[in-house]
Design a protein. Structure first.
Length: 324
């Protein structure tokens, strides 16, 4: 297991270096919206997004959450999709859609800034079509790792096409590799949606360190390995694990954070008077600045997490599946 992780890291380093210059465009035709209910998965080509509407289980009165995963070498996208879809389906008030970018990006030798922009443009077009059949304010884009930058590009392309902004993009440890090699890529930035919230869990290594959102959360501070992690992949995953935890009913305030500029100040209670605010699902769109919080090393990760409630999640997933 450990060797496997090491090899994965080495290959991600290689791909992000200038030694690989392949310019292969992603195969957009293989990109699908995967609408996931507790009982079924439906695949719809991105540019036919209006067809989601024809699926009986798709409810245009619910919020629509679209998750864009990262790239397989640094992200187990299927696990991210499984866990986040389960959490949202336990809430029951959303249409959960995933885009497994890995399935088309993996056919490349590399992903580049150019590919990221292209994938985002394509997604932006699909969302613009979708916004004709569901209310714009109900759409929430979430991206992990490379997926966060694809979301940023999708937001910009959506605005070019419609003259409107997506309401919210959440970046889960937006990827650092590939974007510091002289390639000109903005990546996910404040302004790509009305509200951009970012959770950094492997800052400076696989994830970007700098705050680029309207609000940036630094669980455990600006350190590469949060409590409980001994590998960078573990740290890079924590962003979605924290987010998933916050989605379960009752957990909205598991991760209370303070506007602050260091962990030291947080621990000394010297962060100033801005009220504490939740990281994750319940983050309010009027938050601005950098927020710090402590976390636990194992689930429930939130300092205000509750073991009993955590056991109920497992029950929720099983229960939903049994009802199918
Ligand atoms: C933990 O969650 C359970 C189930 O929601 C609840 O009954 C219990 O009161 C909670 N415990 C604490 C200490 O908040």
């Amino acid at each position: 297991m450990f060797h496997q992780l090491l090899i994965l890291f080495v290959s991600s380093t290689l791909v992000s270096s200038n030694s690989v210059q392949t310019r292969v465009m992603p195969d957009m035709a293989t990109m699908n919206f995967q609408f996931i209910t507790p009982c079924a998965k439906y695949s719809i080509p991105i540019l036919s997004s209006k067809d989601l509407y024809k699926i009986k289980a798709f409810d245009e009165n619910k919020q629509t959450v679209i998750l864009v995963t990262g790239w397989r070498t640094t992200v187990d996208s299927s696990q991210t999709i499984d866990e986040l879809s389960k959490a949202y389906n336990c809430r029951g008030d959303v249409n959960f859609i995933a885009i497994d970018v890995a399935s088309c990006v993996d056919t490349l030798f590399t992903w580049s800034a150019l590919n990221t922009e292209k994938l985002g443009e394509y997604l932006g077009k699909g969302i613009a079509d979708l916004a004709q059949v569901v209310p714009l304010e109900s759409i929430h884009l979430i991206g992990h790792s490379l997926g966060a930058h694809i979301c940023g590009s999708a937001g910009r392309s959506f605005t070019t096409l419609t003259d409107e902004k997506l309401p919210r993009i959440t970046g889960l440890d937006p990827a650092k590799p590939c974007f510091n090699e002289g390639e000109d890529l903005t990546g996910l930035m404040r302004g790509d949606a009305d509200f951009v919230d970012i959770i950094h869990t492997n800052p400076g290594v696989l994830g970007r360190r700098d705050p680029t959102g309207d609000v940036d959360f630094y669980p455990d501070g600006i350190i590469p390995l949060p409590t409980g992690c001994y590998t960078i992949l573990c740290a890079h995953e924590r962003a979605w694990r924290y987010y998933v935890e916050s989605v379960y009913p009752g957990n909205e305030n598991n991760f209370m954070a303070k506007r602050c500029n260091s962990m030291t100040k947080l621990k000394q209670n010297r962060c100033g008077k801005t009220p504490a605010a939740p990281m994750g699902y319940a983050t309010s769109s009027n938050l601005r600045g950098n927020y710090f919080l402590e976390v636990r090393g194992s689930s429930p990760f939130g300092m205000d997490g509750n073991k009993t409630r955590e056991e109920q999640y497992v029950w929720c997933g099983t229960d939903l599946a049994n009802k199918c």
